[in-house]
Design a protein around this ligand. Structure first.
Ligand code: KIV
Length: 292
């Protein structure tokens, strides 16, 4: 059978193969379900873990500027940084479909520039699709990328790369004319060839109307339950990024607390001379300890 299959991992029968989630499969989820479960990841280890956890789609988001680099917004993130992180995540994925974000100013200048940068992400970032922010105004650039055989995921609503124009990270589409514009944007992206569209920070009923208006799946973040899938930033749903607690984030773990507690336990044991013991040493029978 044609298609990408990855060999068995640790603990699986030799010869067992896992089928990669594909673009046609994601499109098909609109009608057939189940809802698409998408998460972000930024490195190999997180890629391995979220893949094992069953995520259908993994996004190397430019949110890495905020949660990995500690920046106040995503604007400074570069195409080379996304390539670097995407390559690392790709090595960890067996089943999940990998999407890499096109950062600010990597797709706006011209359709040719957008295609060049999307191609760079596919070749150097080992991703299987790219995502870019914007509506009807970026549709010609989407069409140019799609014409080269590169799948494109759209992104409408709250656009973090337009944070200054929006006056902050604010819910979009609250007024009727804004909601109508979002529906037009989604249709323009669908017509340009997007195989799915992220809807961020939009009232649930508006996201529902957008979802009904297009034939491609919508993937919501802060956009309610009527989308065809959901996406969350891994550091948010794992409780690692503790600075902000946006309403739309559900924490499925408190790994931030776990990291702090584990680090405290380690620090205490090192200071008390309780780590390492023989169990964590190589061929040492007796160790003269320095307990400071
Ligand atoms: O950069 C990102 O992580 C994103 C998701 C929030 C959709 O664009």
């Amino acid at each position: 059978m044609y298609g990408r299959e990855t060999p068995a991992g640790a603990g699986e029968a030799p010869g067992a193969f896992v089928r990669k989630v594909t673009v046609p499969e994601i499109r098909g989820r609109k009608a057939a379900g189940p809802p698409i479960a998408m998460v972000t990841a930024y490195d190999f280890t997180m890629g391995l873990l979220v893949d094992e956890g069953g995520a259908d789609v993994v996004l190397v988001g430019d949110s890495l500027g905020m949660v990995v680099q500690g920046l106040p917004n995503t604007l400074p993130v570069t195409i080379d940084e996304i390539c670097y992180h995407s390559r690392a995540v790709a090595r960890g994925l067996r089943r999940a479909h990998l999407v890499a974000d096109m950062p600010f100013m990597s797709f706006q200048l011209s359709a040719e520039d957008a295609l060049r940068n999307a191609g760079k992400l596919m070749k150097e970032g080992a991703c299987e699709a790219v995502k870019l922010e914007g509506g009807a105004e970026v549709a010609p650039h989407v069409a140019r990328i799609v014409s080269a055989g590169i799948p494109v995921m759209g992104h409408i609503g709250l656009l973090p790369q337009s944070v200054h124009a929006m006056g902050g990270f604010k819910v979009q589409g609250k007024q009727e004319d804004e909601a109508d514009r979002l529906i037009r944007d989604a249709r323009a992206l669908e017509d340009a060839g997007c195989y799915s569209i992220v809807i961020e920070g939009v009232p649930a009923d508006v996201a529902g109307r957008i979802t009904e208006a297009v034939a491609v799946p919508t993937i919501g973040i802060g956009a309610g339950p009527q989308c065809d899938g959901q996406v969350l930033v891994c550091y948010d749903f794992l409780g690692m990024f503790r600075g902000l607690r946006p309403k739309f984030v559900k924490r499925y773990a408190e790994l931030g607390d776990a990291v702090v507690e584990a680090t405290r336990a380690y620090v205490d044991e090192v200071r008390a001379g309780a780590f390492p013991t023989e169990a964590h040493s190589f061929g040492i029978k007796a160790v003269a300890r320095k307990t400071a």
